[in-house]
Design a binder for this molecule. Structure first.
Ligand code: FAD
Length: 567
C-alpha cells in the first residue's frame, strides 16, 4: 500500500507544541507532508485586521517556519497565495494528495470555509482529518453537554466541560517532520492579479491580494509588511511560538503570581510590564496552546496548595471564560454576533432614535438610528479625544499597542454603551475587531454583550466612572502621561479632570483645555470633556431600567420589524 501524501493546513494553530491535529497528521505515517498556510481573501478584505495584528501574524508564521525547518531542512511553512475554497481542489489533483489535516475552527466564517474545502476533498477522494485543539474542551461537545444551548455562565461551562471529560494534557512537539513532496502550481489561478490596498473598505467575494500562488519568487515565501504595501506597525508586542513559550515559562517561574492570580486585583493602569499575562494574542493565533497554558498553571496551583486562587478569578478561570464564549458562539453560529438575531441578547434602543411615526409615536425603519450628538461621541471615543483622560489613554493605548488590560476594556466599553454615550455595543466591537491583536470573534462579541449588560451580566446600575475608577489604580496618572502626552506635565490633582485645572496650572503644564478634539487640533491643547458624566450615567441607567422592564430580546418580532415602542 502506498503511504499517505498529506497536506497539513495551518490556520488557528501556528505552533508545533501540543497540536493534536499535527500529531494526527504524523500518525498517518506520511510519505510526504506539506505544511501549508493559505492566504485568505476574507482575512485581507472582510476582517478589518489592523497593521499591528498583521505584524503579529507574520511574526508567528516566520517563527513557525523556522521551527519546521529545524526539524527538516527541506521543509518550511509554505505560503500559498489564494483563497482555500478555490485553491485546494487544484492542489489535491496536482500534488496527488491523499489526506488533508487541520485543527477545528468553530468561528462562523471558519465553519463556512471549511465546509467548502471538505466538500472539495470528498469530491477528489481526499480524506479529511480534523482535531479540536483551540479550546480546553471541544466547543461542539460542550454545547451537546449543555443540551444544545449556549453557555451563558462560567458555572454552565464548567458543568458541561466536566461532562465532556478531563481537559487533555498537552502533547509534545514532534522531533522530526517528513519531507514535503513536489509542489507544482502551474494550474490556472482563479483570482485577479491585484495587490492589496490596506485603506480599501471591507470587500466581499473572491478578490485576492496576491500575484501568483507561490509568490513573486516562486518560493512560497512569507510576505513582509513592505511587500504587502503596509506602513510599519506601531506596537512593541511581537509574535511567535518561541516568544509565547518563553513568556509562559517566565510566568510559571513566578509560582506565587501564577497560583494566587486574581483578575479583579490586577491593575489596568499598569504597563511595562502589564499586570496580566499578555498571552491572549499568542492564543489567538494558536502560537500558544491553551491546554499547555492551562496545565502548566494548574500544576503550579496543585503544588502551591492552600492559598491558591480558584476560578473564575484565577488564571485557569480566565481560560474558562474564553471557552465559555467559544461554546456560546458554537451553539448560536452567526446569530451570536448581532442583537437583531441573538435571542439571548437584550434589546436596548441605544441612543436617541430620530425617526418616528408622527401619529403613533412608534419608531420606524432601522432601529440603529444614530443621533448626531451620539455620532460625535462615538468618533471622539474612537479617536481618544473624549476629554476624559482615562478613557483617552486607554483608547490610544489600544490603537498604538493592539492590547489593553481587561479592566481597561471594561472602562471604555462601559463608557461607550451603558455608562456614558449610550451607543450600540456592536459599533464598539467593530473598533476592537480592527485594533486588537487578540481579536477573537467569540470573545469580543461576548465581552461587549457582557459590558453593555445585554447578555451574560445584568447589573447595569454598576458603572465605571472615567475619573474615580482610574484614580483608584493610578493616583499619579502614569498611564495617562504615557498615552496622552499633552497632559504629561499636569499636576496629579487635575490629571483625571484637566478641565478643573486653573488657567495658571494649565499654562504651567504647557496645555490648554479647549475644543472638541476633532478636526485639526491646535498644538498644546487637550479637549474639554464631551459631557457631564454624572448626568449621562443617570440617563443611561434609566434607559437600561426601562429596557429591562420591557424585556425585549434581539430576535423578538417587534424588534425585527422595527415597531418596538419607545423605551
Ligand atoms: P489574562 O488575564 O492573563 O488571562 C489569560 C487568558 O485568559 C487570556 O489570554 C485570554 O485568552 C483568557 N481570558 C481572560 N479574560 C477573558 C475574558 N473575559 N474573555 C475571554 N477570554 C479571557 N479577549 C480575547 O482574547 N479576544 C477578544 O477579542 C477580546 N475582546 C474583549 C472585548 C471586551 C469589551 C472586553 C471587556 C474583553 C475582551 N477580551 C477579549 C477579554 C480579555 O480582556 C482579554 O482576553 C485579556 O485582557 C487578555 O489579556 P491577558 O492575556 O493578559 O489576559
Amino acid at each position: 500500500m502506498t503511504k499517505p501524501r498529506v497536506i497539513y493546513w495551518f490556520r488557528t494553530d501556528l505552533r508545533l507544541h501540543d497540536s493534536p491535529a499535527l500529531q494526527a497528521a504524523l500518525d498517518l505515517d506520511p510519505a510526504v507532508l506539506w505544511p501549508v498556510f493559505t492566504w485568505d481573501p476574507h482575512y485581507v478584505y472582510r476582517v478589518r485586521g489592523g497593521l499591528n495584528r498583521w505584524q503579529f501574524l507574520l511574526d508567528c508564521q516566520n517563527d513557525l517556519s523556522k521551527s519546521i525547518t529545524k526539524l527538516n531542512p527541506k521543509s518550511k511553512l509554505f505560503v500559498l497565495r489564494e483563497g482555500p475554497q478555490t485553491l485546494f481542489k487544484k492542489l489535491f489533483k496536482a500534488w496527488k494528495v491523499t489526506h488533508l489535516v487541520f485543527e477545528k475552527d468553530t468561528d462562523v466564517y471558519g465553519r463556512e470555509r471549511d465546509a467548502v474545502v471538505v466538500k472539495a476533498a470528498e469530491e477528489a477522494g481526499v480524506k479529511v482529518v480534523v482535531r479540536s485543539g483551540r479550546t480546553l474542551w471541544d466547543s461542539d461537545e460542550v454545547v451537546k453537554k449543555n443540551n444544545g444551548k449556549p453557555t451563558m455562565s462560567i458555572a454552565q461551562l464548567q458543568h458541561a466541560g466536566e461532562r465532556v471529560g478531563d481537559i487533555p494534557r498537552p502533547i509534545a512537539a514532534p522531533k522530526s517532520l517528513p519531507d514535503p513532496g513536489e509542489m507544482p502550481v502551474d494550474f490556472e489561478q482563479d483570482e485577479p492579479d491585484r495587490q492589496p490596498d490596506f485603506n480599501e473598505p471591507r470587500r466581499e467575494g473572491k478578490d485576492t491580494a496576491y500575484k501568483d500562488i507561490a509568490g513573486p519568487k516562486g518560493d512560497f515565501a512569507i510576505e513582509t509588511m513592505e511587500e504587502l504595501g503596509f506602513p510599519s506597525a506601531t506596537t512593541s508586542i511581537r509574535g511567535g511560538e518561541s516568544l509565547a513559550l518563553k513568556a509562559l515559562g517566565k510566568i510559571i517561574e513566578d509560582k506565587k503570581y501564577t497560583a494566587t492570580f486574581e483578575k479583579p486585583k490586577t491593575s489596568p493602569a499598569q504597563f511595562e510590564p502589564q499586570a496580566t499575562t499578555l498571552l491572549s494574542p499568542f492564543l489567538h493565533f494558536g502560537a500558544l496552546s491553551v491546554r499547555e497554558f492551562f496545565w502548566r498553571v494548574q500544576d503550579v496551583v496543585t503544588e502551591y496548595g492552600k492559598g491558591a486562587s480558584s476560578p473564575p478569578m484565577s488564571l485557569t478561570g480566565q481560560l474558562y471564560f474564553r471557552d465559555m464564549y467559544f461554546a456560546a458562539q458554537a451553539a448560536l453560529g452567526a446569530p451570536f454576533h448581532q442583537t437583531a438575531t441573538n435571542p439571548y441578547v437584550r434589546f436596548v434602543p441605544w441612543h436617541l432614535p430620530s425617526k418616528r411615526d408622527a401619529t403613533s409615536g412608534m419608531v420606524t425603519g432601522e432601529y440603529h438610528v444614530d443621533s448626531e450628538e451620539a455620532e460625535v461621541w462615538f468618533k471622539r471615543w474612537r479617536n481618544g479625544v473624549t476629554g476624559f483622560p482615562w478613557i483617552d489613554a486607554l483608547m490610544r493605548q489600544l490603537k498604538e499597542e493592539g492590547w489593553i488590560h481587561h479592566l481597561g476594556r471594561h472602562s471604555v466599553a462601559c463608557f461607550l454603551t451603558r455608562g456614558g454615550c449610550y451607543v450600540d455595543w456592536e459599533r464598539g466591537a467593530e473598533v476592537f475587531e480592527e485594533w486588537l491583536l487578540d481579536h477573537e470573534p467569540a470573545c469580543n462579541a461576548g465581552n461587549w454583550q457582557w459590558l453593555s449588560c445585554t447578555a451574560f451580566f445584568a447589573q447595569y446600575y454598576r458603572c465605571y466612572s472615567p475619573i474615580s475608577f482610574g484614580q483608584k489604580w493610578d493616583k499619579e496618572g502614569a498611564l495617562i502621561r504615557k498615552y496622552v502626552p499633552e497632559l504629561k506635565d499636569l499636576d496629579k490633582k487635575y490629571i483625571y479632570e484637566p478641565w478643573k485645572a486653573p488657567i495658571a496650572d494649565q499654562k504651567k503644564a504647557g496645555v490648554r483645555v479647549q475644543g472638541d478634539g476633532l478636526g485639526d487640533r491646535e498644538k498644546g491643547t487637550y479637549p474639554k470633556p464631551m459631557f457631564d458624566f454624572s448626568e449621562r450615567r443617570n440617563v443611561c441607567i434609566s434607559g437600561l431600567k426601562k429596557a429591562y422592564a420591557v424585556g425585549l430580546h434581539g430576535n423578538d418580532a417587534q424588534v425585527l420589524n422595527g415597531t418596538w415602542r419607545d423605551l
